[in-house]
Design a protein around this ligand. Structure first.
Ligand SMILES: Nc1ncnc2c1ncn2[C@@H]1O[C@H](COP(=O)(O)OP(=O)(O)OP(=O)(O)O)[C@@H](O)[C@H]1O
Ligand SMILES: [Mg+2]
Length: 369
């Protein structure tokens, strides 16, 4: 549906150029939501603006539905207002002098006369999207009399009313408070599923990306470091950067002892051995093993002489929906997250650590860039 190929965008500045987007390629399938996730300054907004037609890339190609919107070699650049895309930005501007209805109708009634739908159709379309974002009851209100979440939904309705081929969202929830963000996150997911509108969603919030996306592209320094389904990006990060950014994980350096034939490798670390999922790693290779805190199970040490990972609880924290422990194992600290019903363990207590089978993943150890 959306194809982005080898996209490059450089900004010239007084102190030399900044390569904001550095050779990015990805595709988004029809009806899917693709997130661009990465830290501040990694190039997410620039990439989205290139897709929107608000920036002219230096190289690469962008196509929607097989139609080329930009091609550096082909000398093609379709301007933003001809791309038929919907956009919602972090600082969405609603028109304060218009009602809720008026705001949503605006993109339709402001079209040139020959492309403007008749009044009845405008009403029907605005009605439909207001229904979808659950603002139908407030259609007659001045737009300024809405709460933050309602204004956000209004901005979304305004982007959807033109029935865009592709919806581009740049941190649309970041101006909302935490509770509202969570509500809107669920709301967005419901809407996107219901309307099946192909979307690209920019965020630096890993939870948002995990919760909303069909696919996530993790960006760093203008490049896509990993593209995958949320589950894969979370449980099988391709690099230390992805692991660190997408969740708070445990990372252990080690050396492969045996494996990867059956999809697993035995990795020896300074603290004990681990069985980790791995396809390609040869014995002797230096690797990084990633273990999510929720896959580390703590057991009160039976002291039965069994080999394995042992440590001492350093801190515990009750999080309402889970409990966290930090356990000192030699000179490293291991994070564990468990269900509340498992209870907490007092600091100073000796424990044994168990890693849930299949939950440890080998990431590349050598990803310094
Ligand atoms: N108009 C511009 N002129 C010069 N440099 C720019 C311009 N826009 C962005 N940049 C630079 O390009 C890089 C990428 O910026 P971009 O806004 O795309 O990042 P981002 O991932 O959206 O960050 P954030 O999460 O903070 O919004 C940054 O180094 C930024 O300073
Ligand atoms: Mg940005």
């Amino acid at each position: 549906m959306l194809e982005v190929e080898g996209l490059v965008k450089t900004f010239e500045g007084r102190h030399g150029g900044v390569v904001a987007v550095d050779g990015v390629s990805f595709t988004v399938e029809e009806g899917r939501l693709f997130s661009l996730l990465g830290p501040s300054g990694c190039g997410k907004t620039t990439l989205l603006r290139c897709v929107a037609g608000l920036e002219r890339p230096d190289a690469g190609r962008i196509a929607v539905d097989g139609v080329t919107l930009f091609s550096a070699t082909g000398g093609r650049f379709v301007p933003a207002n001809r791309r038929e895309l919907g956009m919602v930005f972090q600082s969405y501007a609603i028109w304060p002098h218009l009602s809720v209805f008026g705001n949503v109708a605006f993109p339709l009634v402001s079209r040139p006369r020959r492309r403007r739908p008749p009044k009845r159709e405008v009403s029907a379309r605005v009605g439909r999207v207001l229904e979808a974002v659950q603002l139908a009851e407030l259609a007659g209100r001045p737009a300024t009399d809405l709460s933050g979440g309602q204004q956000q939904r209004l901005a979304l309705a305004r982007a959807l009313v033109t029935e865009p081929r592709l919806l581009l969202l740049d941190e649309p929830l970041s101006s909302l408070d935490l509770q509202l963000r969570e509500e809107m996150r669920l709301e967005l997911k419901r809407l996107q599923r219901e309307l099946r509108v192909t979307s690209v969603y920019v965020t630096h919030d890993q939870l948002e990306a995990l919760a909303l996306s069909n696919m996530i592209g993790v960006m760093r320094g203008g490049r896509l470091e990993q593209v995958g389904r949320p589950r894969d990006v979370y449980t099988r990060p391709a690099s230390r950067f992805v692991a660190g950014f997408v969740g708070s994980s445990n990372l252990f350096e080690g050396v492969v002892e045996a494996g990867g034939g059956d999809g697993h490798a035995v990795v020896r670390t300074a603290h004990g051995t681990l069985r980790a999922r791995s396809e390609t790693v040869a014995p002797g290779a230096a690797v990084l093993v990633v273990v999510r805190p929720e896959h580390v199970v703590l057991e009160l040490d039976a002291d039965d002489g069994d080999e394995g990972w042992r440590g001492v609880v350093v801190t515990r924290a009750y999080l309402g929906s889970a409990v966290d422990h930090v356990v000192a194992v030699g000179d490293v600290e291991v994070r564990s997250r468990g269900p509340v019903r498992a209870g907490t363990i007092r600091p100073g207590t000796q424990v044994r650590l168990r890693f849930e089978p299949g939950a440890c993943t080998v990431a590349e150890a050598d990803d310094a860039r």
